[in-house]
Design a protein around this ligand. Structure first.
Ligand SMILES: NC(=O)c1ccc[n+]([C@@H]2O[C@H](COP(=O)([O-])OP(=O)(O)OC[C@H]3O[C@@H](n4cnc5c(N)ncnc54)[C@H](O)[C@@H]3O)[C@@H](O)[C@H]2O)c1
Ligand SMILES: CC(C)[C@H](C(=O)O)[C@@H](O)C(=O)O
Ligand SMILES: [Mg+2]
Length: 374
């Protein structure tokens, strides 16, 4: 039987609740669709700092290295915000993981499920038909550029971040975005700030070159400020949005807002091998942590992305998406997207319903009903 090893890094806040609720679904899907998953848990983030003094202990890194994928919850929280920046969970664990495994492309698919149109803050006629994917560059730009840090001068403290991109970094993530566009509606929008930033000028030039290999993909350009506006005015115009690291971070939270909740936004961080890191785009949500009310959909759909990108288990991935859609069709929701109080589920209850539906659908060999496939 095909066997895949998965490093499970639940982290902080809602991370452990979401991962705990999702693992049985992934395990069930693997049994139903004929492959085996070996999960190995490891500490990360603030939880790891408390236990070992480090946000990314060596043992965790070793476990990740001997796995084919990382299934990640979330890291961070107020308790660790006062640590020196280089020791905080986000900078000492998540960013190094992305960098160490060269996971340069972050895929964040956003669609407005027909069943969830009432959860969107936008009018139904604007939210309906939204089906886009943000391809965010993940290992470069202002997050990693040097110099970075603080300088003490006679005038006081100065802080520096550097936005830098090499052509090769733009080329490789652009190729991923064009390949995805080919499998979708063949429209790619490069979001940048080429009217101000030199790095954006290089992005435009490089993306135009790469586009020559993809004559079937329609390429257009949009400044990031306008893109932020267009996402709320006319989000259905987008198919693939390609952007640098920081713009992608900001726009993806906005795009999740269009769908109704950050708890709906899954993500895959991939590189040039099959290894990937799969996590919700949202964070540790301290405001709702520990209450069993967080929406597990982003975590569950991140599992589907893992099946698809790291294991090529497409059928199981699609079955998970269908099961989530079916549970939503029946009206069940977690509190963040619920309208009718009689259908509100806890995190665990919602995940259990997805597992039940997965099994039921398998038994009746139900065909997929909708897709959130990038
Ligand atoms: N990948 C990560 O690990 C990651 C990502 C983003 C933020 N963070 C960290 O998380 C901490 C909190 O950051 P924040 O509050 O700015 O962002 P957040 O993403 O944790 O939360 C933003 C809002 O979205 C809601 N939300 C997020 N996930 C949800 C879910 N599954 N179900 C329902 N609602 C959900 C939260 O309740 C909150 O109102 C910070 O330490 C931040 O650095 C980590
Ligand atoms: C926690 C933080 C470092 C991270 C990022 O900015 O990449 C998060 O916001 C995300 O979107 O994955
Ligand atoms: Mg973010």
């Amino acid at each position: 039987m095909k066997t895949y090893r998965v490093a499970v890094l639940s982290g902080d806040g809602i991370g452990p609740e979401l991962v705990r609720a999702t693992i049985p679904i992934l395990r069930l899907a693997s049994h139903l669709y004929g492959f085996e998953l070996i999960f190995e848990e490891a500490l990360v983030g603030g939880t790891a700092i408390e236990a070992t003094g480090k946000a990314l202990p060596l043992e965790t890194l070793e476990i990740c290295k001997r796995s084919q994928a990382i299934f990640f919850g979330a890291v961070g929280g107020k308790q660790w915000d006062s640590l020196p920046p280089e020791k905080q969970p986000e900078r000492a664990a998540l960013l190094p993981l992305r960098k160490t495994f060269s996971l340069f492309a972050n895929l964040r698919p956003v669609s407005c499920y027909p069943e969830l149109l009432d959860a969107s803050p936008l009018k139904p006629q604007i939210a309906s038909g939204v089906d886009l994917i943000i391809v965010r560059e993940l290992t470069g730009g202002i997050y990693f550029g040097q110099p970075k840090g603080k300088i003490y001068t006679e005038q006081g403290e100065k802080a520096i971040d550097t936005l830098v991109y090499e052509t090769s970094e733009i080329e490789r993530v652009s190729a991923v975005a064009f390949e995805i566009a080919l499998r979708r509606r063949k429209k790619l929008t490069l979001v940048d700030k080429a009217n101000v930033l030199e790095s954006s000028v290089l992005w435009r030039k490089t993306v135009k070159e790469i586009a020559k290999n993809y004559p079937d993909v329609q390429l257009n350009f949009m400044y990031v400020d306008n893109a932020a506006l267009q996402l709320v005015l006319k989000p259905a115009q987008f198919d693939v949005i390609l952007c640098e690291n920081l713009f992608g971070d900001i726009l993806s939270d906005e795009a999740a807002g269009i769908a109704g909740s950050l708890g709906l936004l899954a993500s895959a961080s991939i590189g040039s091998t099959k290894f990937g890191l799969y996590e919700p785009a949202g964070g540790s949500a301290p405001d709702i942590a520990g209450k069993n009310i967080a929406n597990p959909i982003a975590q569950i759909l991140s599992g589907a992305l893992m099946f698809e990108y790291s294991f090529q288990e497409e059928e199981a991935a699609q079955a998970i998406r269908t099961a989530v859609g079916d549970v939503l069709k029946e009206g069940y929701r977690t509190a963040d997207i619920a309208q009718d109080p009689s259908y509100i589920c806890t995190t665990e209850q919602f995940a259990d319903k997805v597992a039940q539906k997965l099994e039921e659908n398998f038994k009746s060999k139900k065909e997929p009903v909708f897709s959130e496939k990038p």
